[in-house]
Ligand binder design. Sequence first.
Ligand SMILES: [Fe+2]
Length: 228
Amino acid sequence: MKHILMELPYAIDALAPYISEETLQYHHGKHHAGYVNKLNTLIKDTEYEDMSLEQIIHQSSDAIFNNAAQVFNHDFYWKSLSPTKTEPSALLLGVLEATFGSLETFKEAFATAGIGQFGSGWAWLVVDEHEKLTIQTTANAHTPIEHNLTPLLVCDVWEHAYYIDYRNDRVKYMDNFWALANWEHASKILESKEHLKLSTTTVPFCNNPDDPMCEYLDEMAHEGTTSS
Ligand SMILES: [Fe+2]
């Protein structure tokens, strides 16, 4: 199976001024296209040749994994952006508020996670293995679907995503991400998972003692709960 570069779901200048046409020419036309082309070269005449992207991600390693996962992650990133303003559905908003305290608290925690990701990687909103909304970061090409988690929203924090427009200012890039975040896409995914037992009543956000972000995020969640 030959993998194809996903077309952008909007015009190449549609995300300006937050993400410029020049950035998309490089990010989509060079970086993303490069992963697709490299993947097709690497899998030719191998056991991976007829697999879907998801199958390759689950079964491969090293360069084939990296290129396949980067294709998936970029496909998802383009869909996580919208040139027109969107809002989370009532269901998604309810679960976000129950989990994080408020939408604003979630945004702060998501940005903090993305800014704190050392080096190249991704910040995700996912439905985790416990059917809870969770913020995760992944390094390099890693992706939540390796662990069968359901991503709802992603922000690419590789420098190639923002260097042309923001130089090294990842904080400003992540701040402007909210002007483009595609809540409609995230909401549709959540609502397609009818079997999930998502709670819209407030629960402690973070209960993993091994997660260094936990204490900080718990404080933010509780602040959001008490201020709302
Ligand atoms: Fe990227």
